[in-house]
Design a protein around this ligand. Structure first.
Ligand SMILES: Nc1ncnc2c1ncn2[C@@H]1O[C@H](COP(=O)(O)OP(=O)(O)O)[C@@H](O)[C@H]1O
Ligand SMILES: [Mg+2]
Length: 322
């Protein structure tokens, strides 16, 4: 559906994309997650042929649109099958939602009858039918975002690319937007959307790609990313003992206070801990395995890009990718 390989984009002295590779499969809701400045918008603009990367390969909907340079013919063909909602998109405030969609339909060379039918369908879908004849300038932020989404859907795209579609929305707006994404995906369509906020992608995406400094740091389902994190970085075990003990195991041990410890191990060492502590004539008062949250993992990925964990995930991804 969408494949990016070793994409490089350098702006003067900024390496915005530094060998980015990722793959989106048909029917996925793919969350493209990364902190501000990671290169998300640059990647999206590259897919759409709106900026020129220096190196790499891009395949969209089975067409190789870029391989060191753009194939303009293929790009135009493919763009008819893509919907795109830009980051910080502007709307014409003096038009109505109905007129806005009509203009987009014209750009896609749809007939007047077709345009009217499609506009009605879409405005009902995004719950703007009642506001169809209001001036866009009078709409709330949430309504404007939904209109932008409708605008991206006019050509009934197979692939929908959204750049930070939920930024600036309140919780209700976010919930409504997620519901629209789900509906679109139910029809078998593929979604690729970027965000710098984990909560925006967490419950809705079945696949996540984490981009940091122009490189993919992890890709997979949330569960896989989590499992990999546990495998590489380890279990966090919090224990409290009846008296101070010496923990001499293959693990990182931090003393929280006299008899409370935080242990990070690459495997589950609870039984060994029990034995070791008993041998020293002490008792385990409490023992707790701390599951990392997705937030912990995301923070880890973005804060230590050179960590063993991220390197490994990237490698294993590349492995399955080839
Ligand atoms: N037109 C540009 N000229 C110079 N630098 C740019 C330009 N666009 C983006 N950048 C830089 O490239 C990096 C990636 O930006 P961007 O793709 O917008 O990140 P994101 O969308 O993840 O926030 C940032 O360091 C940004 O400052
Ligand atoms: Mg951006």
């Amino acid at each position: 559906m969408l494949k990016i390989e070793n994409l490089v984009k350098v702006y003067k002295d900024v390496r915005a994309l530094d060998g980015l590779s990722l793959e989106v499969k048909e029917g996925q809701i793919y969350g493209f997650l990364g902190p501000n400045g990671a290169g998300k918008t640059t990647a999206i603009l590259s897919i759409l042929g709106m900026i020129f990367p220096q190196k790499g390969r891009i395949e969209v909907l089975g067409e190789e649109v870029f391989n060191g340079k753009f194939d303009e013919k293929k790009l135009i063909k493919v763009k008819y099958r893509i919907g795109y909602m830009p980051e910080n998109a502007t709307l014409w405030d003096f038009l109505t939602p109905m007129q806005t969609l009509d203009i987009i339909g014209e750009a896609f060379k749809m007939s007047k009858v077709e345009r009217q039918k499609r506009s009605e369908e879409l405005l009902k879908l995004v719950d703007l039918w009642d506001a169809r004849n209001k001036k866009v300038g009078k709409l709330s932020k949430g309504m404007r975002q939904r209109l932008l989404l409708a605008q991206a859907l006019v050509n009934d795209p197979e692939l929908l690319i959204l750049d930070e579609p939920m930024s600036g929305l309140d919780p209700k707006g976010i919930a409504e937007f997620k519901e629209l994404i789900r509906q679109f995906n139910k029809g078998g369509k593929t979604l690729f959307f970027s965000s710098h906020i984990l909560a925006h992608v967490e419950e809705i995406c079945n696949t996540i790609g984490v981009i940091v400094k122009g490189k993919l740091r992890a890709q997979g389902t949330l569960n896989n990313i989590k499992r990999e994190f546990l495998r590489k970085t380890g279990y966090i075990i919090l224990i409290e003992t009846s008296k101070p003990v010496k923990i001499d195991l293959d693990a990182k041990v931090e003393v929280i206070d006299a008899n409370r410890y935080k242990i990070t191990a690459s495997r589950d060492i609870r039984e060994e801990l029990h034995d070791l502590i008993a041998l020293q004539g002490a008792k385990v008062l409490t023992m707790q395995v701390k599951e990392p949250t997705m937030e912990d993992i995301f923070l880890h990925l973005i804060s230590s890009p050179q960590s063993r964990f991220s390197g490994e995930i990237f490698k294993s991804f590349n492995h399955t990718y080839k």
